[in-house]
Design a protein around this ligand. Structure first.
Ligand code: AMP
Ligand code: MG
Length: 504
């Protein structure tokens, strides 16, 4: 079989411009053995088709995307959602329900950003200079005496810069020296550094000890010195206390999703636990007579309900709590019953049953429950039959049943509503540019999101399509790390062209 990069399709062949309607479905040839069922359905369709479905229509990708974002804005504006206190590590991926404030200055002390020597920048103004090393300060220590002119304190990254010092010279630009000096006791006068050292001899740079004329017995001792080979400006390699945030300042606002960096910040502010929004419950309802549960043995023409799992995993990833409902058959009564059950959650995701097939009853069932439809299709591939709406205040998505379609439409659209319900502003799709590895041809009319692999270095990312058998090809989805975006007006994408990808 020849690989068709844009193969697949949704089994739906209505015109992109036309909103779907019940009448279209009824024009299909009907096999005899389903005649009774058809008659029942026909009655149901005619009586339940409502103008909301017909007028919602099929939108371009951009329009559908914006409709979803607008709805997310409304969800977020509605505000007040329940919260709970959780241990800090349990908060990963959750959304903050109250701001985290700085309990003290960040950093709490002037922090050395390099290993080296804390000095007074003025001491080094004349080039290579020899300073007396008067102490050492490690991270976690303090050096209490102020650093005087002519002195240096050895300092480690992360340590508090002692008072008096206003810069840190990197250890790479220094050389440790020692010299024997005559020392006449603490009251003696001593020029402690020989004249052949750079800078020594200038009044600013000499190391004087308070003088007293009374004679003392001479004693020798080794003096610890450092030669500084660079000048520095005041403030170099020091982050001043409070430069990142001052005590009481908001570090993390309400509504922020807690990733590793945010959790680190909360930890630094002493938050052993944080208040987060309760996860929204997202009901997942897979529809289809062909489906069996994962643990069951499928018959020859049956398949396992994998969509319920891809969706549950995605819901978890974006901050929701999945509630997997039993499989719904393609029968309106039972389907409606299960939809009603799903509408008890904060959001409902349906898989399958939104195409143009005779037994695609999801919209009909939703209609009978008074659904409002925001769109009933998007000009995308895979995933064209995607449906978005609400019953009362509960948003729902009818996602096409093909396993790649279900993931693409979740990632493009439904994801954002899960994020909004969990209390955070939904992220925009993460797109990037990459060089196309091989040319391919396509048809115009749909924005395509094709499973692809991006690889290469920082500056030369390359992207290639993952060969696939169409939107039912789960293996392709499992191999892909992004979707290659083909604009609806492009018939061919050339090798070497910079193309857009949406990261997964
Ligand atoms: P539908 O959108 O209902 O027409 O479904 C399209 C195709 O997707 C079906 O023929 C199945 O092959 C597949 N499919 C539907 N639902 C599921 C599911 N829950 N898990 C895996 N594959 C599914
Ligand atoms: Mg189906």
């Amino acid at each position: 079989m020849r690989w068709d990069p844009l193969g697949g399709g949704e089994g739906r062949n209505r015109s992109p411009e036309l909103p779907k309607s019940g009448n279209c479905q009824l024009e299909r040839p009907q096999p005899e053995r389903f005649a009774a069922e058809e008659a029942r359905l026909e009655g149901a369709r005619i009586s339940t088709v409502n103008t909301a479905v017909q007028s919602a229509g099929v939108l371009s990708f951009e329009d559908a995307y914006e409709v979803v974002r607008e709805h997310c804005g409304q969800i977020l504006k509605a505000g007040d959602r329940p919260s709970e206190e959780v241990l800090l590590l349990q908060s990963a991926g959750r959304v903050l329900a109250e701001p985290v404030k700085a309990d003290r200055d960040f950093p709490p002390f002037p922090r050395a950003t390099r290993d080296g020597f804390a000095v007074r920048a003025d001491d080094l103004a004349r080039g290579v200079t020899l300073l007396r090393v008067v102490g050492q300060v490690r991270a976690g220590d303090t050096y209490d005496l102020p650093v005087a002119s002519g002195e240096a304190v050895e300092i480690m990254t992360g340590a508090a810069v002692p008072a008096g010092a206003d810069a840190v010279v990197m250890v790479e630009y220094t050389e440790r020296k020692s010299q024997e000096v005559n020392h006449k006791g603490h009251e003696g006068t001593q020029r402690e550094v020989s004249e052949d050292r750079g800078g020594i001899g200038d009044d600013d740079n000499v190391l004087d000890i308070a003088s007293n004329k009374s004679p003392e017995p001479e004693e020798k001792r080794i003096e610890d010195l450092v030669e500084i080979q660079r000048t520095v400006v005041a403030g170099e390699n020091i982050v001043p206390a409070g430069a990142e945030a001052q005590a009481g300042q908001e570090l993390l606002p309400r509504g922020v999703r807690l990733g590793p960096a945010q959790i680190a910040l909360a930890a630094a502010a002493g938050k052993a636990s944080v208040k987060v929004y309760r996860k929204p419950k997202v009901a997942i309802l897979s529809t289809g007579d062909e489906l069996v549960e994962v643990a069951e043995k499928p018959g020859p023409s049956q398949i396992r309900n994998s969509n319920s799992y891809s969706l549950a995993a995605l819901v978890k990833e974006f901050g929701g709590e999945p509630v997997q409902l039993p499989i719904a058959p393609d029968e309106q009564g039972k389907l409606t019953e299960l939809i009603e059950q799903g509408l008890k959650a904060d959001m409902l995701l349906l898989s399958g049953g939104v195409s143009m097939g005779k037994f695609d009853l999801v919209e009909l069932a939703l209609n009978t429950l008074g659904a409002k439809f925001f769109f009933t299709g998007a000009l995308i591939q895979p995933g064209k039959p995607v449906v978005f709406g609400e019953v009362g205040a509960i948003p729902f998505f009818g996602l096409p049943g093909n396993p790649v379609s279900v993931m693409v439409t979740f990632e493009l659209f439904a994801r954002q509503v899960v994020e909004a319900l969990s209390g955070s502003e939904p992220e925009r799709v993460k797109s990037a540019k990459a060089k196309l590895k091989k040319e391919f041809k396509t048809k115009t009319g749909l924005t395509r999101f094709l499973p692809a692999l991006i690889a290469g270095g920082l500056d030369d990312p390359e992207v290639d399509l993952v060969p696939w058998q169409g939107s039912g090809d789960m293996l392709a989805a499992a191999k892909a790390n992004c979707y290659l975006v083909v604009p609806p007006d492009r018939e061919k994408l050339a090798k070497g062209e910079m193309v857009t990808v949406v990261m997964r």
